[in-house]
Design a protein around this ligand. Sequence first.
Ligand SMILES: *Cc1c(COP(=O)(O)O)cnc(C)c1O
Length: 365
Amino acid sequence: MDFIDLKSQYMEIKEDIDARLDEIIKKTAFIGGREIRELEEKLSAFTGSKYAVGCASGTDAILLPLLALGIKPGDEVITTPFTFVATAEVISFIGAKPVFVDINEKNYNIETARIESRINTRTRAIIPVSLFGQVSDMDSINRIAAGYGIPVIEDAAQSFGAIYKDRKSCALCFAGATSFYPSKPLGCYGDGGMVFTDDAHLAEKIRSLANHGQGEKYVHKYIGLNFRLDTIQAGVLLAKFAHFEEEAVKRFELGKKYNELFINSPVITPFIESYTGRHVFAQYSIRVKNRQEVIEKLTSKGIPHAIHYPIPIHLQEAYKYLGYKSGDFPVSEKVSGEIISLPMHPYLTLKDQVFISNTVKSVAC
Ligand SMILES: *Cc1c(COP(=O)(O)O)cnc(C)c1O
């Protein structure tokens, strides 16, 4: 059994992937080119955003809008401490200060009602994370941010394909940032990412920053770096994207099926918000009181599992300098101690789901 089954997916669409890679290798055109443009056009049309700019990772996709906005040391950016470190890392990396807001205990996303009290004159952006593949309450967040003229950037690394009301993740605010890390809902065969926006100036600046600040070749308008998406990865993504919608539907169904299998057990299952048109379950994560026991049981039955995430960011050694202590974000701390992710991918069978849920239920409390 696999935690994420990339092999079955490859076997299913091998011909398309091999054909795409073959073509790129035969052309020996590995930077830029038609595949990048084709991918950007297809994904911006899919999400419903006007512009899409490919980049080298999901981390870069969050960093680039911050750079384009000119966020600098002394500025503050609001996000949550219960996320993959990259969300906070890009803020600190440019010298700005991550200001944490605790998560909601049901959906694990930013607690919308707590955002406003952390806004001050230094606040330059808000980065809600669409954790595990479910979008935050973006209308409310946009409304709060608009009152202060602060841009919102969605960390959509785990939520490409998710639907909020009737709109798609990545196209719900000033900028959306996704990741194509292999295990994400739409993953490539290495690293990759993309930024989405309706703002023409932001798109132009990000495209330039990601390519050494160039517009025209060897004419440098900005100080940028190399944050480009590889053409080979764009080829893989084009082949995979043809099957993505079907996979996203499947993920939502599998997540709801897991939830059903855990009914009448002490297991706390993912909460699906009423505004969620589609959760893409980048992770299917449950909570139990006796995590160690459940892990031992899963291990003894050969069921792969993971913890997303065991230590909230405010308690990480690298973030000691912010001066936070245990107890500052009680919901994030509680969830970190109870959460456990189970196998989730479009090739998961009902038989596996029954076996996995029964194994968890046999010991969970
Ligand atoms: C994966 C992930 C990232 C970073 O994406 P990479 O492509 O690995 O750089 C950022 N934020 C979240 C929430 C993620 O899950």
